[in-house]
Design a protein around this ligand. Structure first.
Ligand SMILES: CC(=O)N[C@H]1[C@@H](OP(=O)(O)OP(=O)(O)OC[C@H]2O[C@@H](n3ccc(=O)[nH]c3=O)[C@H](O)[C@@H]2O)O[C@H](CO)[C@@H](O)[C@@H]1O
Ligand SMILES: C=C(OP(=O)(O)O)C(=O)O
Length: 422
């Protein structure tokens, strides 16, 4: 079990550069196995999910090399195997190999996915999509067998909800299928646009990403000619913005696409945080008078569920009550008992998180049950005077690029002990 130790209560300053998006990267890596040539990705974040995906690809004969921010992947010697290894359960995005193996070999045998324990996370819409494309699905022990004996063919698929994962998985399966696939009520997240840009640059024919109707016309082969640069991580950016507004003495956050953070920035400004939004960076002024806000998470372009927990510590500083309703994951509340140990005045009332003004935080030993809950504890630990120890800090490392180095560059006193080298 890894630990993050924070000696908090210090004012932070300087600048921090946001890394490539976790949720783009973890979709694009499985997508690389659809390529008939080696692939080069740039701006790849150094996070645990990336190393786990590399290990999974290694089992299929796909060699990869990760130096700095450049990840080289050679899928040309790939062979089909069952992915029932325990690495599959270590991250959610392992389920994208169902779509990409199906697209490449017409068959995928993959263990049930893991990912953050943030409440029920069914995959019925993925299954519905694969079936519509001509696959049969069977479940055996702890894995799922998806097979298209007569090949995959285009279909019209209406998603019951705008699921990020289902939209991506259907794109991956359909990109080399016969004919045209239409996804209705598709998710519109920027990471889906990034994936489609990557695939289209290799010769795919995907239109309409970023709208609710996506059309994919199957092609025979995909070839990489240029490297693909991953978009900046909007959730990492929002987390540093929360740190800057709660503990900063003036912090510049670089490599941001502000448009991807519209709903979040609007809420942060409504809260009273003083920001200077520049072309590809945001300067966060030292803390000002904050007033409570009401937040309701929703699919993009709404307020991202992945940012409700990282923002919560800042809401505790407001002089009046704030509320959060997480419509996507109402049970995403495992950080709350841990925040209470640190002095937070916060409770859950009928699926609504109620946050009251808190004027004293204390350091404590707490546990990061999942990635964004961990981020919430990290932001609070930086505010609380004394020594905070975050257990299970490996969950934070799933998605925060070189977080210890970045926090230290802001003058934070933090350390990490665990088997991962971040
Ligand atoms: C690797 C990745 O990109 N993870 C993100 C992705 O997760 P993920 O792709 O798992 O999230 P989805 O967009 O699929 O889920 C949205 C909602 O739909 C429900 N649902 C989804 C699929 C399905 O087949 N059936 C179903 O009922 C889910 O329970 C959830 O309530 O989007 C989430 C919502 O923005 C983010 O929190 C995650 O960070
Ligand atoms: C829930 C998240 O990730 P995953 O879907 O990979 O578990 C997240 O990044 O907040």
């Amino acid at each position: 079990m890894a630990k993050m130790v924070i000696h908090g209560g210090k004012r932070l300053s300087g600048s921090v550069t946001i890394g490539g998006s976790k949720n783009s990267t973890v979709a694009i890596i499985p997508a690389t196995i659809l390529s008939d040539t080696p692939v080069v990705l740039d701006s790849v974040p150094q996070i645990k999910d990336v190393y786990n995906l590399m290990a999974l690809m290694d089992e299929m004969g796909v060699k990869s090399d990760f130096q700095g921010e450049i990840l080289k992947i050679d899928p040309t010697q790939i062979f089909p195997i069952s992915l029932s290894h325990n690495k599959v359960t270590s991250l959610r995005a392992s389920y994208y190999f169902i779509g990409s193996l199906l697209g490449r070999f017409g068959k995928a045998v993959v263990g049930f996915p893991g990912g953050d324990d943030i409440g029920p996370r069914p995959i019925d819409q993925h299954i519905k999509g694969f079936k519509a494309l001509g696959a049969t699905i069977t479940e055996k022990d702890n894995y799922i067998v998806v097979e298209a004996r007569n090949g995959l063919h285009g279909a019209r698929i209406f998603l019951d909800m705008a699921s990020v994962g289902a939209t991506i998985n259907i794109i991956l399966a359909a990109v080399k299928a016969q004919g045209t696939t239409i996804i209705e009520n598709a998710a519109k997240e920027p990471e889906i646009i990034d994936l489609a840009t990557f695939l289209n640059n290799m010769g795919a024919n995907i239109r309409g990403v970023g709208t609710q109707t996506i059309r994919i016309t199957g092609v025979d082969c995909l070839k990489a000619t240029n490297s693909h640069t991953i978009i900046p991580d909007r959730i990492e950016a929002g987390t540093y913005l929360s740190i800057a507004a709660s503990s900063g003495n003036g912090i510049l956050i670089k490599n941001i696409i502000a448009e991807h953070l519209d709903a979040f920035l609007a809420k942060v400004q409504e809260l009273g945080v003083n920001l200077d939004v520049r072309e590809d960076s945001i300067f966060v002024y030292p803390n000002s008078q904050l007033t409570g806000v009401e937040i309701k998470t929703s699919p993009y372009p709404g307020f991202a569920t992945d940012l409700q927990q990282p923002l919560t510590p800042l809401l505790l500083l407001a002089d009046s009550q704030s509320t959060i309703i997480d419509t996507l994951y109402p049970k995403r509340t495992r950080h709350i008992p841990e925040l209470i140990k640190m002095g937070a005045k916060i409770k859950v009332v009928d699926s609504k998180i109620v946050i009251e003004h808190t004027d004293h935080f204390n350091a404590a030993e707490v546990t990061a049950e999942e990635i964004r809950g961990g981020a919430s504890l990290m932001v609070t630990g930086l505010m609380a005077p004394g020594t905070t120890v975050i257990n299970q800090a490996e969950n934070i490392m799933r998605g925060y690029d070189r977080v210890i180095d970045k926090l230290r560059s802001l003058q934070a006193d933090v350390s990490y002990s665990g088997s991962e080298k971040f």
